[in-house]
Design a protein around this ligand. Structure first.
Ligand code: 0XW
Ligand code: MG
Length: 378
């Protein structure tokens, strides 16, 4: 196996419904898809798509610019040798984990196709059998669903609709407004959720430590976690010490070292992890092993994107120990586009389906699906 050619595509994803976080909204995003061609013509796909310029410190145009340096650095390498490929990318460019993630994921896809095995198997195999909610997983992976920022009535209506669709895990977006509005929405949504439901209140760094502590005290009677309530690790420590709720770290979970630090310091009660922030499946696999061993629940997500990044997220999500899985999130419900209409991951009663279209990521993507490449490296 050796990487012969890398093709880069821009893929617009138009939102069909609004998606708002404390610091930004997602309208339409232009995803970057990479097609990696092995010496014998086998192809593998990767993807990176940032939700908004505010959510993480990268930009979708920057992903494609970074590939002008990263792609040539891995031409000729064996896509199965993930450490070698990642080492070459780090030597060529500091940072830029989103572009690295797209190429890393494509290597896993092409390696799986060459070995005729799924990426799930290459990552160690799926945990089948009952999930934390007792529901048999089969070819599905637990997920969670976002409830947007709005009035308490709007949030309750959205939560009820999701309950009716079989969801048991909810991420209520907060922040970007006076905290009494958030407290009202938290209390209203918590009031309609059944005892077995899981509620994470995700502020995407929007509160100060004082605001987060005030919200936690005002909701002390509610079983919930606080996801990334503030922007810095120091503020999260303050909230952990003076608040009443478990802390889930998302935006600050930027590397294995940072995650190890937040576990060993006792700060993190869970993580919302993103493939494009860590650099792909290879680094996320290492983080997974640490979190599973430390018994710290994690999600396997990404910020945004289509079937390719979704398939990579659910592939790693399938390998999580159910008790320590916070689910795999996909953006499909918002843009409603598939690259593979038959096998693209989709919601199924509170779970996400694992693609079963063949080896690798399990997607059967038609030749020429993405049109003319933006750039070709060979
Ligand atoms: C819900 N997500 C996985 C998608 C958005 O990009 C933000 C992110 C989160 O957990 O904040
Ligand atoms: Mg989050």
């Amino acid at each position: 196996m050796s990487i012969r050619e890398i093709r880069v595509f821009q893929v617009p994803l138009e939102n069909q419904r609004s998606y708002t976080m404390s610091n930004s909204s997602v309208g339409s995003a232009v995803s970057t898809v990479v097609e990696l061609v092995d010496a014998d013509g086998t192809t593998g796909y990767g993807e990176a798509c940032l939700a908004s310029p505010q959510y993480q410190p990268e930009h979708n145009d920057g992903v494609r610019a970074s590939l002008a340096i990263l792609a040539p650095a891995i031409l000729g390498l064996d896509p199965l040798r993930h450490q070698v490929v990642n080492g070459a990318m780090h030597a060529a460019m500091s940072g830029h984990p989103a572009g690295k993630a797209a190429l890393d994921i494509a290597c896993w896809d092409v390696a799986g196709k060459k070995l005729n095995r799924s990426v799930v198997d290459l990552l160690g195999g799926a945990h089948t059998g009952p999930s934390a909610d007792g529901d048999v997983r089969g070819n599905r992976v637990l997920t969670y669903h976002v409830v947007g920022i709005g009035t308490p009535e709007q949030a309750v209506a959205e939560a009820q609709e999701l309950l009716d669709a079989g969801h048991t895990r909810f991420q209520l977006k907060t922040g970007g407004r006076p905290i009494h509005h958030d407290i009202d929405s938290i209390r209203a949504v918590a009031g309609v959720l059944p005892p077995h439901a899981d509620l994470a209140v995700d502020t995407n760094r929007g509160w100060t430590a004082v605001e987060a502590i005030q919200v936690s005290n005002a909701c002390a009677d509610i079983r919930m976690s606080m996801e990334q309530p503030c922007a810095t690790e120091a503020e999260l420590h303050q909230v952990k010490a003076q608040g009443r709720h478990p802390i889930v770290v998302d935006e600050n979970a930027t590397s294995l070292a940072a995650i190890a630090r937040m576990i060993s310091s006792g700060l993190a009660d869970g993580f919302g992890l993103k493939l494009t922030r860590l650099g792909g499946l290879t680094p996320m696999r290492a983080v997974r092993d640490l979190c599973m061993d430390a018994r710290v629940p994690m999600s396997s997500d990404d910020a945004w994107g289509g079937d390719i990044i979704a398939a990579a997220s659910v592939a790693l999500g399938a390998t999580l120990v159910p008790q320590f899985s916070r689910g795999a999130w996909i953006a499909h419900p918002y843009h409603q586009q598939h690259y593979d209409e038959n096998n693209g991951p989709r919601l199924d009663s509170g779970f996400v389906t694992l693609p079963e279209g063949g080896p690798g990521l399990g997607l059967a993507i038609e030749e020429g699906m993405f049109g003319t490449p933006d750039a070709v490296y060979r």
